[in-house]
Structure formats: C-alpha cells, structure tokens
Design a binder for this molecule. Structure first.
Ligand code: PEP
Ligand code: MN
Length: 338
C-alpha cells in the first residue's frame, strides 16, 4: 500500500503514522521528498482500510498495490480450485456442469417429476427454491423445510445432487443435513452474518452476484465465506441492474475471464435470472460456455405458464434438452467436455 502525505505534513504526524503502521504489523518504508512524504507499506495490508487512512487530514492519497482479498486470490493459490458437489467436480478443466429445475419447489410430486425430466435431459444437478426471496410479501414465499425434504426425495429418485437457497443463518442445520450445494441469493450476497454462517458449513456454497455488486464486492463476499473456514465457493453470475429494460437484468459475461484471472474459484452462469426471458436463455447459455463458464444453472418447468414463480424465464424440458445438445458442441469447440 502506498500512502502519500500532504505537502508540509508536520514531522510529529509523520512519526505518529510511522509508529501506527508498524504497530499494525506491516513493514514501513518512508520516502522523504522535498515536498511530499510517501509511506510504502509491505506485508499483510488486508486488514488496513484505505478509507480509514484517508480520514487523516494529512493524507493526500492511498493506493492499494495488492487486492484486499487473500484466500480467493489466484496470486496466492495459482491452481484452479475444484469444488466437489455431492461427488461431482466443478471447476478446473473438469466437465462443464448443468443444473436444471424449477424456480420454486411446488410439492413433492412436482419436484420429483421435473427432477426426473432434467435428469433424462442429461443435467448433473437439480435446483429448486424452498425459501424464496420475493419482492412482494404477498407472493409465494416457498414451502420451507417441507420443500427441502421434497428436494431430497428428488435426489433419491434421480441420484443427482440438489441445490437450494438459504435465506437466514438459523436454517444452517436444515441445509447442512439436506442439500448438496447451498445457494446464497443475489439479495443476500452482502448479508455478512449469513456468509460467516455458511462459512462454518461442510457443504459447498453457490455465491450469486448481488444485483449492484462490483466484482470486488463479490470476491470479498467469497472471502468472508473462506475466511470463516469454507474453501468451497462457486461464483454465479445472474445479471446486474442497469438502465436497460429489454431484459430483467444485464448479463455480465466479462466476469468469467476476470474472476478466473483474479481468483481460483469456479464460475457458473444463470441465464434465466440474467435475462428474465426463456427465449434468451439458449443464446446466452452458449455464449457463457464459449467465454469459459464452468457450468450453467437454468430454470426448467414442464408447465411454465402455471409455475408459482419465474415461469417466464423457465425452459420446458424439450428446450432444455436441445440447449444441452448445442452447448455440448460449443464446449467441444473451446476444449471442454459437457
Ligand atoms: C433463484 O435462484 O431462484 C433466485 C431467486 O436467484 P437470484 O438470487 O439470482 O435472484
Ligand atoms: Mn427464480
């Protein structure tokens, strides 16, 4: 970290800051110029906050040389992390994973029926929300624990791992016992208590991008989970809020190469929430595979017009099967298996 002090900063203040930084456990190199004094801090600066340092009236500028995240940083962990979800490897050069299923679990028969269909299409995992983060308190809120048990039944019938969203830390035990991949939704990406709680779980975490989160905010959320002890984090881009109204969100595909350069964690794409329109799912899914995604999570419903949530962005099983066939060709073209 490089800290430039203002012109004519008093010597007592320079000395005080020098001691303060040393007390924080970093090596301090002071360059005393004619007009300016510059501190070069070397070592673990992750716990120093640029904004706090800038609060000092004698500080002109603070510049970070290294990223504020350590555990997620590829610099300290050059090899790709491969996250095992119920025995299925995600990331590295492993097979691209396809996750399909309804937005919401609507009952045991429904999730088992759709689960069997996505399994027949060649999916690797089943998704389904039991606790639903809905914009309106009057919309269907999910079946809760019953829904998780219904998902577990779908796993039993198909043999596929299951993915479901957790919304509060008091449900940790339920999720630890039932699901294979714990989803943190966009709305909870910066619910730091929840991030710490899933950091104590043994199950891997699918960390969706917050609607207005920068890439650095998102990586810092992964860092929270990892710092609490859970190294098995998978990023999931699900679109961000922009001025554009033609799509529900704007799908940001540049995150794939950026996250892969900056971190060692797998990245998957959710073209359902990113577009909000079933017709856009296939082209966006193919683009994601071409850009290097490690997987796709797609909403699938056999009767989208009757779905209890997100029917407009759900593919029918036939269309889901066609998408997988096309995605296989794109995967092959970029040297991956699917
Ligand atoms: C979901 O996966 O159904 C969901 C609510 O996702 P997001 O958090 O991305 O909106
Ligand atoms: Mn949904």
């Amino acid at each position: 970290m490089i800290i430039t002090l203002k012109k004519n900063a008093p010597q007592e203040e320079v000395d005080r800051l020098h001691r303060l930084f040393e007390e924080r456990g970093v090596q301090v190199h002071l360059i005393q110029g004619v007009d300016f004094n510059v501190f070069g801090l070397v070592g673990d600066t992750a716990h120093l906050d640029e904004r706090d340092i800038k609060a000092n009236v004698w500080v002109e500028n603070v510049q970070r040389v290294s990223a504020p995240y350590k555990l997620a940083n590829r610099m300290f962990h050059p090899e790709d992390t491969i996250v095992s979800v119920g025995g299925i490897p995600v990331g590295g050069n492993e097979k691209i994973v396809i996750i399909g299923g309804p937005c919401s679990v609507e009952g045991r028969e429904q999730i088992c029926r759709i689960g069997r269909e996505v399994a027949d299409c060649g999916a690797d995992m089943i998704r389904g929300g039991a606790y639903k983060p809905r914009t309106s308190p009057y919309s269907f809120q999910g079946l809760g624990y019953e829904g998780l048990l219904d998902m577990a039944e779908a796993r039993k019938e198909t043999g596929l791992p299951i993915v479901s969203e957790i919304m509060s830390a008091d449900k940790i035990d339920e999720f630890e016992e039932t699901v294979d991949l714990v989803q943190i939704g966009a709305r909870n990406m910066q619910n730091f208590d929840l991030l710490k709680a899933v950091g104590h779980m043994t199950k891997p975490v699918l960390l969706k991008r917050g609607m207005s989160a920068t890439i650095e905010d998102w990586i810092m959320s992964a860092e929270y989970i990892m710092a609490a002890g859970n190294p098995n984090v998978i990023f999931c881009e699900r679109g961000i809020r922009t001025f554009e109204k033609y799509t529900r969100n704007t799908m940001d595909l540049a995150v794939i190469p950026i996250l892969k350069e900056r971190t060692h964690l797998p990245v998957i794409i959710d073209p359902s929430h990113a577009t909000g329109d079933w017709k856009l799912i296939e082209p966006m899914a193919l683009a994601a595979i071409a850009a290097g995604a490690d997987g796709l999570i797609i909403e699938v419903h056999d009767m989208p017009e009757q779905a209890w949530s997100d029917g407009a962005q759900s593919l029918k099983p036939e269309k889901f099967a066609q998408l997988i066939e096309k995605a296989r060709l794109v995967a092959k073209a970029v040297g991956r298996d699917l």
